[in-house]
Design a protein around this ligand. Structure first.
Ligand code: FAD
Ligand code: DLZ
Ligand code: SF4
Length: 510
């Protein structure tokens, strides 16, 4: 029996049971393919990071004496999609059995399921051995329920895995310490400088230049900042727990011009392509906290653990519960186009200019920039969630559909009508000013709702509530806003809506 094992670009888990033994009858294959580079306009750094990490991983397998075939994008024999390449390899290497690990993306899952069914040889599938939950575990947990509260799922995960528990009770008495988090960065506070790498990816970039692949963003290919191996990912994890964890929760929602990562871990790429397991990340943070309790307050640790065993696993579970329908949900029936400047950063709005330019420069923005700057504006501007998804799926280094679409269409754009987020994440300038240092240097006036230089967020905010009154006013978490709106004088309301209308019709000039 001769086996072909396909490893996808986001399945780079060296601790997988596949690799425990060396077997000369097993051939591993990794492939750079146009079907994966072209499904959206990717950031050049995202493509470079995936290719570089895949190549490093293939070399590691070879060093461990496994038989590995690596297809580069520019190889003449490359047929540029998983199924055609596998067909060719099966014939070429007299393969009698085909195996793959369950893909995280619905699209690839469907493709490989249909492909293996069509084969005349036998096949088998394996778990990726990465997540703490199986695909359908969240579905079973919420079976028969109408609401899918992340917090209940998070508590179940804490109990099930005995993380931050004292017997059956949460450690220190409370499940969630968010109330102590989320402060603005003080004006004189200098955040820790991010740990960056200086990987040379010039080879990959010149190969990409030979193709007609469309990419976005910029790259310093001689000093590529993202980790491209397990060794570098572990170094970043170590840096995070030592330097960033002590203030992680406190400044989790803070936003500052020129500071692109603050106290965030930037481990999402390493985790999403499985260089690091979520459990080892969480355990390393717990270990550091238990060694330095005088330096790392418990709320910082609990917040971090919640993001990974709570939010991350929850999003994956929701994805498998609601796909494929989730990908077309558009509860608010938004149809507008994404403003052109999302692709260039050329806007006078300081918050958006910063968040977008930073994303084009680093293929990264932290959660609150994604949710409360770019996501917030797109929702207020009534942009079609399909366009918003394409942008998020392309621009971020960590973007894979299972975690991108649930965050974007779900949490950020309320296109699921409140399955994931219980209310739309929209705000006027007041919130942005409360959490960031963006408004001070802005062309627009954060305090003005109408007239020259009025901050667009202010009128668009009320326009949003006015537009969606039928759908939102009954939501108990939003009702309060309608009390305010309904108490406004008709001429004030009309002026706000007129201002919003002007901005919407001149959206590319903002
Ligand atoms: P940290 O702030 O250091 O958090 C630690 C880890 O917690 C992250 O690495 C991540 O694994 C996990 N985490 C935190 N929040 C979430 C969340 N809401 N959902 C899932 N995991 C979470 N995350 C992605 O990994 N890929 C995406 O494509 C993606 N798209 C997003 C789109 C929008 C509109 C929004 C609002 C959020 C998106 N997120 C996505 C979630 C989150 O913003 C990123 O995981 C986070 O910013 C990654 O940076 P970090 O590693 O520094 O995170
Ligand atoms: C993101 C990405 C890119 C840009 N290129 C590849 C590739 O050439 N080959 C590959 O196997 N994977 C790539 N990926 C990650 C894939 O999108 C991911 O492996 C699948 O979608 C499975 O979830
Ligand atoms: Fe953004 Fe408005 Fe503040 Fe300018 S004033 S930074 S547009 S919120």
């Amino acid at each position: 029996k001769k086996t072909l094992r396909l490893i996808l670009g986001d399945q780079l888990n060296i601790n997988h049971s596949w690799f425990k033994e060396v077997n000369t009858d097993v051939v591993y294959v990794l492939m750079e393919v146009r079907s994966e580079t072209d499904y959206v306009w990717h950031h050049i750094q995202k493509v470079a990071a995936f290719f570089s990490t895949m190549r490093t991983f293939a070399n590691e397998l070879k060093e461990n004496k496994h038989t590995v075939i690596y297809l580069k994008l520019t190889d003449a024999c490359n047929l540029q999609c998983f199924d055609k390449n596998c067909d060719w390899l099966i014939a070429e290497h007299a393969i009698t059995h085909f195996e793959y690990q369950l893909p995280d993306e619905y699209r690839v899952d469907q493709l490989l399921a249909a492909y293996s069914k069509s084969l005349s040889i036998s096949h088998a599938t394996y778990d990726t051995e990465h997540f703490l939950t199986s695909r359908n575990e969240l579905g079973a947990f919420f079976k028969g329920k109408k609401v899918y509260l992340m917090e209940s799922f998070y508590r179940y995960m804490r109990k099930k895995h005995g993380l931050l528990m004292q017997g059956t009770e949460p450690l220190n008495g409370q499940w969630n310490y968010d109330a102590e988090n989320r402060k603005k960065l003080p004006a004189n506070h200098k955040a820790v400088a991010p740990m960056i790498f200086t990987n040379d990816v010039t080879g990959i970039i010149s190969e990409l230049a030979k193709t007609n692949i469309i990419t976005i963003g910029t790259i310093d290919a001689r000093n590529f900042v993202w980790p491209v191996s397990r060794r570098q990912s572990l170094a970043l994890l170590d840096f995070f727990v030592k330097e960033c964890l002590p203030l992680f929760g406190t400044y989790q929602d803070a936003m500052v011009p020129e500071e692109w990562s603050l106290y965030h871990s930037r481990l999402s790429f390493s985790m999403n392509c499985k260089l690091l397991s979520p459990l080892e990340v969480v355990n390393r943070a717990i270990e550091e906290w238990s060694m330095r309790k005088n330096k790392i307050a418990y709320n910082q640790l609990e917040g971090f653990v919640r993001q990974i065993i709570g939010w991350r696993e929850y999003m994956r579970g929701m994805y498998w519960l609601k796909m494929p329908d989730f990908a077309t949900l558009n509860y608010l029936e938004n149809k507008n186009k994404l403003p052109d400047w999302y692709w260039t950063g050329k806007t006078k709005m300081n918050c958006l200019r910063n968040a977008i330019n930073q994303s084009l420069h680093y293929a990264y923005a932290h959660h609150i920039q994604r949710l409360m700057i770019t996501g917030n504006f797109a929702l207020l501007a009534g942009v079609d969630p399909a366009e918003v998804d394409q942008w998020y799926l392309g621009i971020y280094i960590d973007a894979l559909e299972w975690v991108e679409i649930t965050n974007t269409r779900g949490m950020s754009q309320f296109a699921d009508g409140g399955l994931i987020g219980t209310k739309p994440y929209v705000s006027s300038a007041a919130y942005i000013d409360k959490m960031s240092h963006y408004c001070k240097g802005c062309y627009y006036d954060k305090a003005k709702k109408t007239g020259a230089k009025a901050c667009p967020f202010n009128s668009l905010y009320w326009n949003f509530y006015s537009n969606h009154e039928a759908k939102l006013s009954k939501n108990p978490r939003i009702g309060m806003m309608y009390n305010v709106w309904n108490k406004m004088k008709p001429d004030v309301k009309a002026e706000l809506l007129q201002q919003a209308d002007y901005y919407l019709t001149h959206i590319n000039e903002l």
